[in-house]
Design a protein around this ligand. Structure first.
Ligand code: NAD
Ligand code: UDP
Length: 320
């Protein structure tokens, strides 16, 4: 089995490359490094079943030989990243989705799309089931991400209906773990880095907004099952951890786990920042027999250790 993974040098993509290699797949990783890094996949170079192509997926994709599975994960995912690359973000989840779907059609490959809880916008239903259509501001700053993911989902379903492509859509909720960047801008890397450096933790708004954080290994297991189990053509499935937590409580937990004496400071809330977010994972439980296993506390402990190593590495490199 040969799988193409776009966004292979990113946080989630690099973990997926590892998992599919471990399961015996031949993996073709594709990335243009806009928000990813070769460091995330350096250990895979030289693996006999791994091939990397430095490429921008908004351009036509040509691959020789068979492809059985396409995982389209390329796309800046941190709000800071997609707000600094708004047009690129829209291209990667329109032209990039079109090109990867076109490849799947040509090769008769199964297709898995990395969608997001952001398709639900600032939800009016709680927790969010897959049947909820969302509440999205189509012209706000976040719309570059939300609307292109919604467009991509519509495109996946059009290829499914018109060309009978076996598409599966993962609506991924906030995921965290090793290989997120120190300057990623997402809340967990920000708080951990700030706590470890003794800087104030920047809570946006009053910190009462909630998110539900899934540890990377749990997510990868869900994506792997969604990609490899039969009978899921055309399915849309939420993947996330239903343990909902307020952002202020995340800040306090990270202070406790790092033993940091950093203060908490409050900054203005970004436009259209969702107030509550929590996945309804009934469908994932039923169809994939999947649910997250790693608690926020345990996942954070591993992630904090990883950030400690990254900060030490940065210090050593700074000294050279
Ligand atoms: P990331 O920024 O770490 O990884 C994205 C990767 O895509 C990077 O390596 C980047 O260089 C690459 N990329 C971007 N544009 C590209 C292009 N035009 N051509 C080739 N490569 C390109 O982000 P992530 O957290 O790993 O997210 C991966 C996917 O999962 C994204 O599609 C994202 O929308 C989705 N997702 C992530 C989360 C999360 O919490 N991490 C939540 C919901 C959805
Ligand atoms: N946030 C915060 N401080 C930070 C970064 C983020 O309070 O330094 C908040 C942000 O406003 C949002 C939540 O944390 O309410 C999650 O933000 P993130 O950027 O991780 O992802 P989002 O779920 O908004 O895509």
């Amino acid at each position: 089995m040969r799988v193409l993974i776009t966004g292979a040098a990113g946080f989630i993509g690099s973990h997926l490359c590892e998992r599919f290699l471990k399961e015996g797949f031949q993996v073709i990783g594709m990335d243009n490094f806009i928000t990813g890094s070769p460091d995330n996949i350096a250990h895979l170079f030289g693996h006999p079943k791994f091939k990397f192509i430095h490429y921008n997926v908004i351009n036509y994709i040509y691959l020789e030989g068979p492809v059985d599975l396409v995982l389209h994960f390329a796309c800046p995912a941190s709000p800071i990243d997609y707000l600094s690359h708004p047009i690129h973000t829209m291209k990667v989840d329109s032209l990039g989705t079109l090109n990867t779907l076109g490849l799947a059609k040509l090769k008769r490959a199964r297709y898995v799309f990395a969608s997001t809880s952001e398709v639900y916008g600032d939800p009016t239903i709680h927790p969010q089931p897959e049947t909820y259509w969302g509440y999205v501001n189509p012209v706000g700053p976040r719309s570059v991400y939300d609307e292109s993911k919604r467009f991509s989902e519509a495109m996946c379903m059009a290829y499914h209906r018109e060309h009978s492509i076996d598409v599966r859509i993962a609506r991924i909720f906030n995921t965290y773990g090793p290989r997120m960047r120190i300057n990623d801008g997402r809340v967990i890397p920000n708080f951990i880095t700030q706590a470890l450096k003794g800087e104030p933790l920047t809570v946006y708004g009053d910190g009462k907004q909630t998110r539900s954080f899934c540890y990377i290994d749990d997510l990868v297991e869900g994506i792997f099952r969604l990609s490899t189990e039969d009978g899921l053509s055309g399915e849309i499935i939420n993947l996330g951890n239903p343990q909902e937590v307020s952002i202020i409580d995340v800040a306090k937990l990270i202070l406790e786990l790092t033993g940091s004496s950093s203060k908490i400071v409050f900054r203005s809330l970004p436009a259209d920042d969702p107030k509550r977010r929590c996945p309804d994972i009934k469908k994932a439980k039923e169809l994939l027999s999947w649910e997250p296993k790693v608690s926020l506390k345990d996942g954070l402990k591993i992630t904090i250790n990883w950030f400690k190593q990254m900060l030490r590495k940065g210090e050593r490199e700074g000294e050279l």
